[in-house]
Design a protein around this ligand. Structure first.
Ligand code: FAD
Length: 308
């Protein structure tokens, strides 16, 4: 396997923003996007959920969309996510959605994001639906954590945050959050980040991942171990077994379309497993990050563009 570092990721994410690349992908990349995106509509996403449930893999539904630039768009996204939460209410399986705060206007007005989140959490708690706040790029981490704290102060417990092991600040963030006993998801981090704020060396990022996941679990936080990395999954299986942790204390999360066999295997072994299932028409930024994670994906996309 290739040793991936931040410079490959940065290059791909920079190229992806080029208008002609974007145009090509939007017009011809849809077939490829189906590898990682369930469909344009909620109905298509729910069909994917049914298929995964048959393998005991639970769903995290994510309506694609981020970095909105108007209040109107933010409110439209909130309405769509409400529709998602209501659609899940009728389903027999665990209810779980993910969203991004810039989808709810974080860049425009933090108070707007808080207000729209409250509306969603109010609806979600009627049906025991969990709402995960994804973590975005480093300039938005402080605001994201502030909004989360506001929601907890307002009494909402059906929400959680994400911590990224590539950021140098994250261990301090985790420590500061411990008294709140947040539900956390640990990830490596998917954005283009400069060396001032983020480790660039894969070994450091991986090492820090294990430090954070273990620290969260040692402090009794319900922890989602979100990674496809065989080394990380293996070490966390070993460590949680050694400590006698149970499926009520942690879970594994992977992305729809990535290592499906491993998802099935973990579920068959009795672990709680969730797949993150994006849907919607705003798939370009999400897809760019998936390509930036893995050189092989760039090859697949190049081939599918040529073949049309
Ligand atoms: P890597 O070292 O990148 O990959 C390990 C191995 O996994 C690779 O060798 C390959 O075999 C396989 N693999 C990894 N990625 C792919 C891929 N795209 N396609 C095919 N195979 C692949 N990031 C954020 O910044 N914020 C979030 O809120 C966030 N939420 C996430 C939620 C979930 C459920 C998951 C699984 C990831 C999330 N991420 C998020 C993305 C994360 O930060 C990483 O970019 C991503 O998971 C790749 O890192 P990795 O841990 O899988 O390890």
């Amino acid at each position: 396997a290739m040793d991936l570092n931040q410079s490959y990721r940065s290059l791909v994410l920079a190229v992806a923003q080029h208008p002609s690349v974007k145009h090509l992908m939007l017009t011809r990349g849809k077939g490829f996007s189906r590898r990682f995106v369930a469909g344009d509509t909620l109905e298509e996403a729910l069909q994917v959920v049914e298929a995964l449930e048959a393998d005991k893999i639970h769903a995290i539904l994510d309506l694609l969309g981020e970095m909105v630039t108007s209040e109107e768009q933010s409110r439209q996204f909130q309405a769509e996510i409400l529709r998602l939460i209501q659609a899940l209410a009728a389903k027999p399986y665990p209810r779980y959605v993910a969203l991004k705060l810039t989808q709810l206007g974080l860049d425009l007005d933090e108070a707007l994001a808080v207000e729209l989140m409250q509306g969603l959490l109010e609806e979600a708690r009627k049906t025991e639906c969990f709402v995960r706040i994804d973590m975005e790029d480093s300039p938005r981490v402080d605001a994201t954590l502030r909004v989360y704290r506001r929601l907890r102060e307002a009494g909402y417990t059906n929400t959680g945050i994400v911590l990224q092991s590539y950021l140098k600040r994250t261990e301090r963030d985790l420590e500061a959050l411990l008294p709140l006993k947040p539900a956390v998801r640990i990830v490596k981090g998917a954005y283009k980040e400069p060396p001032e704020v983020a480790f660039q060396d894969k070994r450091l990022i991986d090492g820090q991942y294990l430090v954070l996941a273990k620290k969260a679990l040692e402090n009794g936080l319900y922890t989602a171990i979100a990674s496809h990395d065989p080394h990380i999954i293996g070490e966390m299986k070993r460590w949680t077994t050694e400590r006698g942790l149970t499926p009520e204390q942690f879970e594994f999360q992977l992305l729809y379309g990535v290592r499906r066999d491993e998802q099935k295997r973990l579920a068959a072994e009795g672990y709680t497993v969730r797949a993150y299932i994006p849907y919607g028409t705003d798939w370009y930024p999400y897809l760019s990050r998936r390509i930036a994670e893995r050189p092989e994906n760039l090859m697949f996309v190049a081939r599918s563009l040529v073949q049309g």
